[in-house]
Write a protein that binds this ligand. Sequence first.
Ligand code: TYM
Length: 345
Amino acid sequence: MTKVFSGIRPSGKLHLGNYLGAIKNWIELQDKTDQAIFAVVDYHGITTPFDPKKYRGQVMDVVLDYLAAGVDPDKALLIRQSKVSQHTELAWIFNTITPVSWLDRLPTHKEQLAKSPKYNHMGLLDYPVLMAADILIYKSNLVPVGEDQMPHIDLANEIAKKFNSMFGQTFEPVKAKLTEGARIMSLQDPGKKMSKTPHQADPLTASKGDGLGAGQAGDDSCIFLVDTPNEIRLKIKKAVTDSGKEVYYNEEEKPAISNLITIFHMLSGKEIKNIEAEYEGKSYADFKNDLAEVVVGFLKPFQEKYNELKKNPDYVMSILIKSEEKAKALAGSTLKEVKEKMGLE
Ligand code: TYM
C-alpha cells in the first residue's frame, strides 16, 4: 500500500522550485495512492527567522497555494502540522534514539546556520527528526520532495530502522520521489538553489527591509507562483546568463541557461532537444522573451484559482478542519502502537 506524505515550510510565498521540485509530483501521486497527506509544516517554519505578526497569514497563503496548484481535498488530506500534535510527540520519542552526530553533520543544517548564524538553536539541529516524525506518524512510505531533502529522507530511514531494532518492527522503509530536474536554481546565481528562506534576520530584532521580506516581489532570484505577469517578465529579463550566446543545455558550460531551459521544458512539456533546435541561431533575449510567456501562461490558471479561493476563507478553513480531524485519528493510532511498544502505555 502506497502512503504519500510531503510538506513545505510557510517561510515565504511558494516559488517555481517548490512547484517543480515537489508539488507537481504531489498532484500526480494523489490520484494513484491509497493515502496522501500534504502539510504546511509550520513548526519547521519557526526554526528560521519569521515574523509572528505575519506568520498566520503566511500559513494560510501556503494552504491557498496547495489548493490552487491542484491538491484535491477529496483525494488528499491538507493539514497544518502544528494542529496534529502527534507529530511533535513522536519527534520527542525519536529524539531519545537519535545520536546528535547524525544531525550536526547534515549539509542542510550547516547551510541554514551559515544563512542565519544567530539561529543556532536546538530546533534547527533537530529539524530532521521532526521531519522523520511527520512522515512516520502516518506510516508513509513515499515522499515527493526536491533533491535537497534527500539527506533528511535517509535520516528518517535510519531512525525508523533504529526504532524497529530497539522496540520491534513498526516502520517500513521510506522512499523519496524526485521530480526530473528536481533542483531549480536561483535566477541570479545558478550555483544556488531557488530559495525563499530569509537570510540573517532575527524576528525579535528585525525591522522592515532586513530580510524578513524575502519571499516577496522584489526578490529577483525567485519566481513566486503569485508574481504578476510583469514581475515575471522583468525577473526573467534580469536573470543572469552564461558567456557565449547559444541556447543549449549543458550544466557545466551553461549553468544559467540550462536552468532556464529546465524551467521551459517542465512548464511547456517541450523536449529539451526541441527547445535547443527552436533557438538555434537565436539570441538569449529571444529565448528569455518566450520563456517569460511560457511562465506567465502556465501560472495564469493557478492565479485565477488562487484569487477565487482567497475570497472563500470559510471554505478553505473547513477543508483544513476536516483533514486535520482525519489526520489526528491516523496519527493517534501510530502513536498508540509506538507507546505500547515502549512501555509508555
Ligand atoms: P522546503 O520548505 O524547504 O521546500 C519544500 C519543497 O520544495 C522543494 N524545493 C525545491 N525543489 C527544487 N528546486 C528548488 N530550488 C527547491 N526549493 C525547495 C524541497 O525539496 C521540498 O520538497 N524539510 C522540508 C519540509 C518538510 C517535509 C516534511 C517534506 C518537513 N517535513 C516531511 C517532506 C516530508 C523543507 O524544508 O522543505
